[in-house]
Design a protein around this ligand. Sequence first.
Ligand SMILES: Cc1cc2nc3c(=O)[nH]c(=O)nc-3n(C[C@H](O)[C@H](O)[C@H](O)COP(=O)(O)OP(=O)(O)OC[C@H]3O[C@@H](n4cnc5c(N)ncnc54)[C@H](O)[C@@H]3O)c2cc1C
Length: 340
Amino acid sequence: MPERDAIIVGQGLAGTTLAWCLLEAGLSVLVTDREEEVTSSKIAAGLITPITGQRLALSWQVETFLPAARIFYALLEQRTGEKFFHEREAVRIFYREDERERWELKRLDPAFQRYLSDPQPSPLLDPVVAEVTAGGFAMRTAQLDVAKFLAVSRRYFQELGCHERREFDWTVSLPEARWIISCEGYAAARNPYFDWIPFKAAKGEILTVRFDRPLAPRSVHRGIWMAPTDDPTVYRVGSTYDWEHLDQCPTMEARGELEAKLRSFIKLPFVVENHEAAVRPIIQESKALLGLHPVHERLGYFNGLGSKGSLHAPWFAACFRDYLVHGSPLPAGCDLRKNF
Ligand SMILES: Cc1cc2nc3c(=O)[nH]c(=O)nc-3n(C[C@H](O)[C@H](O)[C@H](O)COP(=O)(O)OP(=O)(O)OC[C@H]3O[C@@H](n4cnc5c(N)ncnc54)[C@H](O)[C@@H]3O)c2cc1C
C-alpha cells in the first residue's frame, strides 16, 4: 500500500477545501503548491451572493451550497482559531428600469425573501456615500476572506507536516500515493493527463481602492461590486470578464472601466492602491468538474469552480471525499468520467 492516501496539487480554493475534507476524514494528505504571488483564489473578493445578475436570479443550488459553506468555514474557524468567514449585508442598486420591475415581482417570492434583509435599511446607503436614486434592495450575503483562509490553512497544513512548496511535475514518474489530485485551476489546461478537458476560462481584473473615510462593511453591487476588507477605508472593486486574453497582466482598459463604473454611483473620492488580474477556471458555467481520470485510476481532478469558488468549493470537496472514501456517486453533471 502507498504510504500516503492523497497528494493534492494546488492550494487554491479547490485544493484547500479538498485537503481539509480528506484530513477531517482521517486520510493522510500532502498538499503541494508552487506559491505564486497572484492566483485566482488569492485575488478573489470571496463574495457569496445568493441573488445575482441582471435577472435577479437565485444563484444555482444556493439552498444547498450556502448551508454547507457556513458549516464548513465555521468548523475551520474553530479548528484554526482564526476568523475568515463573514456574514454581511450587501446592497444592490438598480441601474436599469427592468431591474426594478423584476424586483417588484420577485420580492413577493418566499424563496427570494429568505435572502433579503428584514427590515430593509432606510436609506439603503448613506446619501453622502452613494447615489441610489433608481432604488435597490439589501440582501443577506457572506464573504470569505480567501487570502486569509488560504494562508491560515497553509500554516495549519505546514504544522501537520503535510504541505510543501513545490511545482509538481506531471511529466516525470509520478510519486507513490493512492490518489494524486489536480486542483491546479486554469493551469490544469496544460496538465498532460487532463489537457483534453475544454476550458471556457475568463480573465478577471480587480482593484483595491482607498476612500478618505471609513465605510460600513457592506458590499455594494451596481453592474460591478465593491467589497469590504478588514480595513474599513479599503475596498476591492471588481470585476471584469475577458475570455480572450488569458493572462495575469492588469490592463489600463479594465482599470478605466472599473473606475468609471465605481464613480457612476460612489460619490466619495478614492485612490487606487492595487490592481491585479488572474484567470478564473471556468469549464461548464459555475458547475465544478471532479472525479478520477477515465484511464489512470489514481489520478483525480477538482476544477471548474468558475466565479463561485467560495460558495461552491466546500460542498463539492465534501462530495469528492464521499466519492473517494465511500464510493458515493458524484453530483449529476459534475462527474468527470460521465461528462467527458
Ligand atoms: C478578479 C477575480 C475575482 C473573483 N471574485 C470572486 C468572488 O468574489 N467570489 C467567489 O466565490 N469567487 C471569485 N472568484 C473566482 C474564484 O477565485 C475561483 O473560483 C477560485 O479561485 C478557483 O480556485 P482553484 O483552486 O480552482 O484555482 P486557483 O486559485 O488558480 O488555484 C490553483 C493553485 O494551484 C497552483 N498550481 C497550479 N499548477 C501547479 C503545479 N503543477 N504545481 C504546484 N502548484 C500548482 C497554483 O499556483 C494555485 O495556487 C474571482 C476570481 C477572480 C479572478
